[in-house]
Write a protein that binds this ligand. Sequence first.
Ligand code: PNW
Length: 456
Amino acid sequence: MIFPEDFVWGAATASYQIEGAVKEDGRGQSIWDAFSHTPGNVADDDTGDVACDHYHRYRDDIGLMRQLRLAAYRFSIAWPRIQPDGAGSINPRGLAFYDKLVDELLAAEISPYVTLYHWDLPQALEERGGWTHRDTAYRFADYAQAVHDRLGDRVSDWATLNEPWVAAFLGYGNGVHAPGRRLPADAMRAAHHLLLGHGLAARRLRAGGAQSIMLVVNSAPVLTPAQVNDPSAVPDEADAAVAHRIHTLLTRQFLDPAVYGTYPQEVLDAVARNGGTGHIQDGDLALINAPIDLVGINYYNPCVVEAGPGLPADAAWPGSEDVRFAAADAPTTAMGWPIVPDGLSRLLVRLSRDYPQVGLMVTENGAAFDDVVEDGRVHDDERVAYLDGHLREVHRAIEAGADLRGYLVWSLLDNFEWAEGYRRRFGIVHVDYATQTRTLKDSALWYRDVISRNGL
Ligand code: PNW
């Protein structure tokens, strides 16, 4: 099973999950510092204070990437390192770190894929309303431009936002993520302002000459329970209607405005029922509809739903009063997430058909398991099977005509898994946090061979 010649193989991380060094070189506070330092928000009250200490160990970590023959490395920039207060003057020491990181990657012949926002909003901006406040979108565009001004001569691949659905609906809807707010109306405002920030930033990047601009979404095929193991199962009308609505709220809410400059009517209806549409101003959709080159897809598992009249709305899903979120009949990872590899091909084929103007890239895919180091090895056979199964589906999607440019595994390193803290390990490289020892898991060695063969 051979992949296209120019297919991009790589791995991904995010700043707050790996860097540590939260007080160094003038970095300001982010919402994740405030949130993780509030007891009860994160499992074991873990914080990103030290994480993988990547801020000090990035050279060694790039050495690992080189050993694995990665062609691409997707990382994110911590906005509060660049602008400690989220606005105004630029902190040169913050930019200097990413400058060195990029140079070191290029020296190792690894293409940097820079994500500008992977959830670490400057706390100073949260205190002015965070993403519920329209001004944050404009501040984000200024920050994006400052980063591009510094790195744009060497970085050609840019992503504006990581997973705006998660940032809005887990951050402001159910409060499981920072900033831990819990109001559907806030989540819907945040979603719109994130999109506005994306559009404004994409325009600045383009004006500065960026080659490739991407929006990264957490997407999933939305299936009824019967469809999980039988793609040909035909849901009844009520189930089909709720599945369509959840697909619209999860994926079309973000990609339709970005790619087509429109909101689906069902999104506008949900916004209208949850605080109103007053924050959506004339001209916003035209701004959000900035030309982009790629859509990044983060896929972990399908979303399984059926009709369930009269239920309380899930806090993360305003507009889901008639939806029952169901378990999939499938084995699960340590996160409890069902393993459904062909969900990935179904998703990619559909998105390629729905959004033919843009290319696709799998910007995250991977799994957490309870890994243990034994005699310097980690026999993570389950992760190898997970990755192998999903890569077969990536190949299948390409054969079916999906315009798919590359695949990035989540994650290079075990890291701070947000509300789950350090107990969930997604890395292909094991991190012993007490000593910061890195150990290549069997999955890393397997992935290296996949990359070398450009196939399975
Ligand atoms: C993504 N959910 O997060 C992120 O982009 C990564 O930073 C993260 O480590 C990875 O997936 C694994 O979780 C998500 O609850 C977190 O639906 C939570 C959800 C989805 C994505």
